[in-house]
Design a protein. Structure first.
Length: 111
C-alpha cells in the first residue's frame, strides 16, 4: 500500500471520528458539518491528486448531485421511523432497503 493511500485513510478516518465526537455532544453542529460536502470535497482532492483529471471530477460531482435526491429516500423514512419509536436497527434496515431500491431505479431509468 502506498504512503499516499495511508495518508488518505488516516485523514479521512480522523475527520469521521472528529465529526462523530462533535455530533455526540452537539447534534445540530454535527449534523451541519455532515450535511456540508465534507466528504465530497475530500474525495475531490483525493481524485485530483490521483489523476489530475478535471473531467473526472466534473463527472464525479454530477453523480453526487444526482445522488442527493436518492439519499432523501434514506433520510426521511429513517427520521420518521426513529421518531415513531422504531428500533434503530429496524429503522436503518428499512431505510437502507428503500435507498437500495431508489438507487436501482435511478441507475436503471435516469442515468
Amino acid at each position: 500500500m502506498s504512503s499516499f493511500v495511508i495518508i488518505k485513510f488516516v485523514i479521512s478516518a480522523l475527520i469521521i471520528v472528529l465529526v462523530s465526537e462533535i455530533a455526540r455532544k452537539y447534534t445540530a453542529i454535527g449534523g451541519l458539518i455532515v450535511a456540508m460536502p465534507t466528504t465530497t470535497i475530500l474525495t475531490m482532492f483525493w481524485l485530483y491528486q490521483d489523476n489530475k483529471d478535471s473531467i473526472l471530477i466534473a463527472n464525479f460531482l454530477t453523480s453526487v448531485t444526482q445522488g442527493i435526491f436518492v439519499t432523501f429516500v434514506f433520510f426521511i423514512p429513517c427520521i420518521i421511523l426513529l421518531k415513531k419509536g422504531m428500533n434503530f436497527y429496524s429503522s436503518m434496515f428499512i431505510s437502507l432497503v428503500l435507498l437500495t431500491i431508489a438507487a436501482y431505479i435511478q441507475q436503471k431509468y435516469f442515468i
